[in-house]
Design a protein around this ligand. Structure first.
Ligand SMILES: [Fe+2]
Length: 387
């Protein structure tokens, strides 16, 4: 089979102390006044002052907005408020530093500076028609990949479902990935976001939209994350583990941006919206039943996944090797205490499966990449198998 593909990425600075580039990058982009969006933890760890200093050293004025958000997911009004402030202050660049939620708010706010409607009007594929103003994103977790992707996820409060804005015009201009900014990431977030990154590599790898370039990057990301998630979880101060998780997450983010996630992410949206759980933790209970369901279509790829995860498959049939891959994914989740069923996530009401299936079925953008055709009934079965 012949591949044809495009590959998109923001400019990337990766490495220890890469954050020191933020001022120079903003200046290079022609910025005179920046809106800096971040959260309480970034402030507590001294990064707000640091980023402000680095920007001011390049002659760039800074307006800082610290978000104190309690719930697990950003609502659609947050980027609207940020854009309003940015317009009032006349800023020409938005800089976001934090977990995936802050980064999503920052990139969407940059888009609302040039596009006239509300966040919810841009849910779906390529609905943002005008390029956002420049943005620089700095992640403090190794997982979401938001700093290199064209996606931003928000809670649609009207129907309590998470929805995605997926538009090339909201892709950040520059991503600065500094492993040192992830050192203070709490243990539970390290596990959930690190495994989210694993899925950003493995889900596209096992989908119908992958290509030679994304597969090559995905296998390396899978290998790195399988090796280093445990050490980063066990000791957050382990700089080597944080370094490799940041690298694995970056690679996975590039795969996510260019091949896209599929079934697991689609089925997690109704769960995340209804139970107000953050993105990472909303996924894990669905992984085994989703992967089990697509195994029949992607046996060869599951066998390759097993090898990338360090499993020995010499002498095994392709089916046996593929099954080893499935088991290795389950073991990886368990090794960092992530729940592997909906029941373990304390979601026990099976009667909701029908409604979730109807909602997830509408995620055509994601389900279109699944290697198996899916009816509402099929999706309901996957949910029921996940309890
Ligand atoms: Fe994700």
């Amino acid at each position: 089979m012949y591949n044809s593909f495009m590959f998109n990425t923001p400019e990337i600075h990766f490495g220890i102390d890469a954050i020191l580039e933020v001022g120079k990058e903003a200046k290079r982009l022609g910025a005179k006044k920046a809106l800096f969006l971040s959260g309480k933890n970034v402030q507590k760890n001294g990064y707000v002052e640091k980023v402000e200093e680095l920007l001011k050293a390049e002659g760039i004025e800074v307006i800082t907005s610290i978000e104190d958000r309690k719930s697990g997911e950003p609502t659609t009004d947050l980027p609207e408020k940020a854009a309003e402030l940015a317009k009032k202050e006349g800023v020409d660049i938005i800089i976001g530093m934090g977990g995936g939620s802050v980064l999503d708010v920052a990139k969407m706010a940059a888009a609302l500076m040039t596009n006239p409607l509300k966040t919810r009007d841009y849910f779906g594929k390529e609905k943002v028609k005008i390029k956002a103003i420049p943005s620089i994103l700095i992640p403090t977790t190794s997982g979401t990949g938001s700093e290199v992707t064209k996606h931003a996820i928000f809670l649609d409060e009207e129907n309590q479902v998470k929805k995605a804005v997926a538009s090339s015009n909201i892709m950040p201009t520059v991503a600065i990935i500094d492993p040192m900014t992830t050192i203070t990431c709490p243990q539970g977030v390290t596990a959930a976001s690190g495994f989210d990154a694993f899925l950003h590599a493995s889900e596209p790898f096992l989908s119908n939209r992958s290509n030679t370039l994304t597969d090559t990057i995905a296998l390396e990301a899978i290998s790195i994350i399988t090796k280093w998630l445990g050490p980063a979880y066990a000791n957050g101060d382990d700089i080597e583990a944080r370094y490799h998780m940041a690298l694995g997450s970056l690679l996975a983010g590039l795969v996510l941006n260019n091949a896209g996630t599929s079934l697991i992410h689609a089925l997690a949206y109704p769960i995340g919206g209804e139970f107000h759980v953050a993105h990472g933790p909303s996924l894990t209970g669905l992984v085994n039943s989703c992967f089990d369901y697509i195994m029949v279509a992607k046996q060869e790829k599951f066998a390759k996944l097993a090898v990338a995860m360090g499993e020995v498959t010499v002498g095994l049939s392709e089916k046996e090797a593929a099954e080893k891959g499935l088991k290795a994914v389950d073991a990886l989740m368990k090794s960092v205490n992530l729940p592997t069923t909906l029941t373990e996530m304390e979601i026990t009401d099976k009667s909701k499966a029908q409604r979730w299936a109807e909602e997830a079925f509408l995620e055509k953008r994601l389900l279109g990449r699944a290697p198996r055709k899916l009816s509402v009934e099929d999706i309901k079965t996957i949910y029921l198998n996940a309890f």
